[in-house]
Design a protein around this ligand. Structure first.
Ligand SMILES: [Zn+2]
Length: 314
């Protein structure tokens, strides 16, 4: 049985695991990410690989990183939440750990994991949207991960939703992730609580009376307890999610769309309005089959499992 290591490098933590060919995690470790220091982040990845490789015989390492990865899967071109700028990550890790290494975008590895072992394992064509601080995207088309000509395909979060809308971290205005993401959820809830405090009594109680202190988990908790403002914020971002997914169906016609990321913990609070808007947006398709929307199954382990599996198939 060949084992590989997957490492998932995010803005706040590095997760690592030893994974078997069936996608089973045999060992697991984590470190905090020193996000603003290139060499320390690299040391952290190497440290995680060494710890796992000391106890298991592994043949390759896959690294999923939150950033743009080139089509050769060796350089991190740009990572908005990490210090990397054109970083030759593959060779840097490989030369120290003495194993073959592949580097891949974090949403791509999660999309691959859900396709291979998770919510889309019965599909040949599937999409993943991770709804977290922003939106990550991944495309598996006829069993192949789609990287694009330059390695930067599936940036669903930066499709245009609203011309001249809210400013986005990418420098443009009106991107989809400004309307459906954890950040959008918090922004909507804060505005609603400020403008109509009577509709946000539970939410404001959780936030100690200050709309500015409302965060994502508070909105979820308040919505679960029936707070009207929190529910309205979920309907708003869920509706935008549904509209975005309908556009992706127009382009790619997948069998399954998997929704993951931190916000999916809210379950149907997010997915119910998303499904309604999705169905309405695709009403012209009448009785034709359209992609099924499913919540992700692998949770925060998806990145590690997908990176490890892609390393095995390198
Ligand atoms: Zn953008």
């Amino acid at each position: 049985m060949t084992l590989t290591i997957g490492v998932d490098v995010g803005g706040t933590k590095v997760l690592g695991g030893v994974v078997d060919p069936e996608g089973k995690l045999l060992a697991w470790t984590r470190r905090n990410t020193p996000a603003h220091d290139v060499s320390q982040t690299l040391e952290m990845i190497v440290d995680v690989v060494r710890e796992l490789a000391a106890k298991h015989e592994v043949e390759a390492v896959g690294v999923g990183a939150a950033g743009w990865i080139d089509a050769e899967r060796s350089n991190v071109l740009f990572a908005p939440n990490l210090a990397w700028r054109n970083e030759p990550l593959r060779d840097a890790v490989a030369s120290v750990v003495g194993l073959p290494v592949v580097v891949e975008n974090d949403a791509n590895v999660a999309a691959w994991a859900e396709f291979q072992f998770g919510a889309a394992r019965d599909a040949h064509t599937s999409l993943l949207l991770t709804i977290g601080t922003g939106i990550g995207g991944g495309i598996v088309l006829n069993g192949e991960l789609v990287r694009g000509a330059h390695g930067i395909a599936a940036e669903f979060g930066h499709m245009l939703a609203v011309p001249d809308g809210h400013p986005c971290g990418c420098g443009r205005r009106g991107c989809l992730e400004q309307y459906t993401s954890g950040s959008a959820l918090v922004r909507e809830a804060q505005i609603l609580a400020k403008n109509n405090p009577d509709s946000a009594r539970i939410l404001l109680e959780l936030a100690g009376g200050d709309p500015g202190r409302i965060d994502g988990p508070m909105v979820t908790q308040a919505a679960q307890q029936g707070d009207n403002a929190a529910l309205a914020a979920f309907i708003e971002i869920g509706t935008w999610l549904g509209i975005g997914m309908a556009d992706l169906v127009q382009i790619l016609d997948p069998q399954v769309i998997v929704v993951g990321g931190g916000v999916i913990d809210a379950g149907d609070l997010l997915l119910a309005p998303a499904r309604t808007a999705y169905t309405q947006s695709l009403a012209q398709r009448a009785r034709l089959a359209v992609a099924e929307i499913r919540p992700a199954e692998l949770g925060p382990r998806a990145g590690v499992i997908g990176a490890a599996d892609l390393a095995r198939r390198r």
